[in-house]
Design a protein around this ligand. Structure first.
Ligand code: PLP
Length: 418
């Protein structure tokens, strides 16, 4: 029920009193970045003791992986990641510990190397479904690529908009996608969206889909979602070179020492391998081998991810419970209930998100900057907040959620009064 002006003022005073108590006794909590908790990291410590005998360092019984070489990854590593990315073995390139650096490499290889000087005269643009991953946008901006925001729906990017833009503008060279349990809204692309991306007409013949499948096996419940395979869809549509698929074990084993992989057509793998050959004689294959021995295959990865889910699920349930309890019967907030991934996304009243995040910072609760999930940090609606609950304990998360609920209502009521 809508409150009268008088009721609203009373409520504001109550909220202000509570907020002032926090100001006097600030918290010290950080739910800013999607990083695994210590408990999750401990799950993969046994991996570190798996290489001891001389045979452990041999690929296919012959290749000594301690030495130089195997630029695209040795056989067993490519096999493991080809299972995860659902590609042929020679459609995979194994990188270092970061999929982001592979994305950077792919963009450089496709758009900049050998064209330096000439291509900088023309604008280069990327479509950026938003809200999206802040580091994609930071990378794009850093490379001088112009970003065009695209609305992200429950099923993926607004494809009417995407199709219209790419059909007419040859300077639009790519699109960012987080197809499974997207960061931050947790949505998974529908089959229809994947097929449209694979088959749409593009003015730029070399159009790239940067398919960042960072959360491809990161389920929280038994209702498991996964986007359809893009490379397969692109092949079926006659556009095999459009798909650039990425994943890593950052949130399977260790973000500080995981393994990343690229899945793409053989032609594209060769292109990137050539570019890579100027940078390295090979990545850390000892770490690749530890991962091969520890994760084994897709089934073993799934079993390992169940252990992560046991740790993570209560955190996501707690957020949902807290928000449900606090906002029952109140207006002004909707939130996601993700089935996987690392984030909960809050949609606040228009024009409130920045102030809510600032109000939280003043009382010692750090959440992601309000605009960070939009290109150039600019969300015209100023209504989006990302929560990254994975690193904190349930006790701390409980305390953080009390403060978050309070600040959301406090700022929203203040806005309504002004
Ligand atoms: N892609 C997405 C969508 C992410 O959310 C993250 C980390 O939060 C990354 C990539 C980072 O991946 P990596 O550690 O493999 O560089």
């Amino acid at each position: 029920m809508t409150k009268t002006a008088e009721e609203l003022k009373d409520r504001y005073q109550q909220l202000k009193t509570k907020y002032d108590e926090y100001t006097a006794h600030p918290l010290n909590l950080n739910i800013k970045r999607g990083i695994p908790s210590k408990e999750q990291l401990d799950l993969s410590v046994p991996m570190l003791g798996l290489l001891s005998s001389p045979e452990d360092f041999l690929s296919q019984g012959t290749v000594d992986i301690r030495n130089y070489g195997e630029l695209t990854g040795f056989y067993e590593a490519r096999k493991l990641f080809s299972e995860l990315l659902e590609t042929e073995i020679d459609e995979v390139l194994i990188g270092g510990n970061s999929s982001l650096s592979l994305m950077y490499l792919v963009i450089l290889s496709k758009l900049f190397t050998r064209k330096m000087g000439s291509s900088f005269k023309e604008p280069i643009k990327f479509l950026c479904p938003s809200p999206g991953y802040d580091r994609h946008f930071a990378m794009t901006e850093n490379l001088g690529i112009e970003m065009i925001p695209i609305a992200l729906t429950e099923n993926g990017p607004d494809m009417d908009e995407v199709k219209k833009l790419v059909a007419n503008d040859p300077t639009i060279k790519g699109i960012w996608c987080v197809p499974t349990y997207s960061n931050p809204t947790g949505i998974t692309y529908s089959d229809e969206v994947v097929d449209q991306l694979a088959s749409m007409e593009t003015k730029d013949a070399d159009f790239m889909i940067l398919w960042d499948n960072a959360y491809l096996v990161h389920h929280l419940t038994n209702d498991k979602h996964a986007a359809k395979n893009l490379l397969t869809a692109c092949k079926a549509a006659g556009n095999p070179d459009r798909a650039w698929m990425f994943c890593s074990t950052s949130k399977i084993t260790f973000p500080g020492a995981g393994v990343a992989a690229l899945g793409a057509s053989k032609k594209n793998i060769a292109l990137v391998a050539k570019e890579l050959s100027y940078q390295t004689i090979g990545f850390d294959k000892i770490n690749q081998m530890q991962h091969v021995k520890f994760l084994k295959d897709k089934k073993q990865v799934a079993q390992h991810m169940e252990k992560h889910a046991i740790i993570l699920k209560p955190k996501f349930e707690l957020i949902n419970q807290k928000l449900t309890d606090y906002f029952a019967g109140k207006e002004g907030l909707t939130w996601t209930e993700p089935k996987g991934g690392y984030f909960v996304h809050l949609t606040t009243e228009k024009g409130c998100a920045t102030e809510i995040v600032e109000a939280l910072a003043k009382i010692g609760v750090a959440v992601t900057e309000a605009g960070a999930t939009y290109p150039y940090g600019n969300n015209p609606m100023d209504n989006s907040i990302r929560l990254a609950p994975t690193p904190v304990s349930l006790v701390d998360l409980d305390a953080a959620m009390d403060a978050i609920c309070l600040c959301i209502e406090y700022v929203s009521v203040q806005k309504r009064l002004s």
